[in-house]
Design a protein around this ligand. Sequence first.
Ligand SMILES: Nc1nc2c(ncn2[C@@H]2O[C@H](COP(=O)(O)OP(=O)(O)O)[C@@H](O)[C@H]2O)c(=O)[nH]1
Ligand SMILES: [Mg+2]
Length: 244
Amino acid sequence: MTNQKNAIGSQRHSVVGGCQLSIVIPTLNEEKNIGRLLVQVKRIVGSYSHEIIVVDGGAGGPSEDGTVRTARRHGATVLYDNAGKGSALIRGFRAARGSIIISMDADLSHRPKELKLLISGIESGYDICVGSRFMSGGGSADMPPFRVFGNKVFVAMVNLLYGSRYSDMCYGYRSFTKHALRRIRLREKGFGIETEININARKAGLKVLEVPSFEKKRAEGEGKLRSFNDGLVILGVIAKNLFV
Ligand SMILES: Nc1nc2c(ncn2[C@@H]2O[C@H](COP(=O)(O)OP(=O)(O)O)[C@@H](O)[C@H]2O)c(=O)[nH]1
Ligand SMILES: [Mg+2]
């Protein structure tokens, strides 16, 4: 794995026809954010043949606000899932037809202009390209100090136990080749999914590139991550993958 931003080249995928790009967005009550996000995303990826897949719903059922209606109005394909963010992503990844597949949050904390960097990482030959808030040029306006600390502990544990060199662990702005997603078997239903991806990518020997990303504050609504409970889930992911 390298964490050099300048490892990115300009080689283009020669996808003729078909779908070049799938953007998978998990949502739970994101009505106030999803419309703006989709407008911005489409402006950036307009030159690619693309699809946007919104995977909506949580343990209590579908979003209770107008998320689904708004997403459809902006041209997204909407799927349902009721088992958590990780489960929604897995469902979206399975349905995705693009040769490049991107995961992105709905709350406007991921800057659409960084899509270009994530796409270039795959076009220059990497299997997975992950945004990092802890590289030079990256950052976060949405992480209280105890979450920064927890993330650093998880990064240190994964790097020590799995021999990797990640600088961020729990960040969902990423791009993948279709092939890479087939190689890493994903099972985590909740916020452990990013850690599982990092560990399984390392185990599968995939070429992973980290690129700097700046996480903005969630625009509207409430974050769903519960630091303590989800922190325990992530510790569980780190531990159990030592034995599978
Ligand atoms: N489908 C689905 N999406 C979820 C669920 N929980 C969170 N999300 C979405 O996952 C993304 C990240 O969640 P967020 O609450 O912003 O987490 P945080 O930024 O880590 O606090 C957002 O787009 C959420 O709407 C869930 O249970 N189901
Ligand atoms: Mg968020």
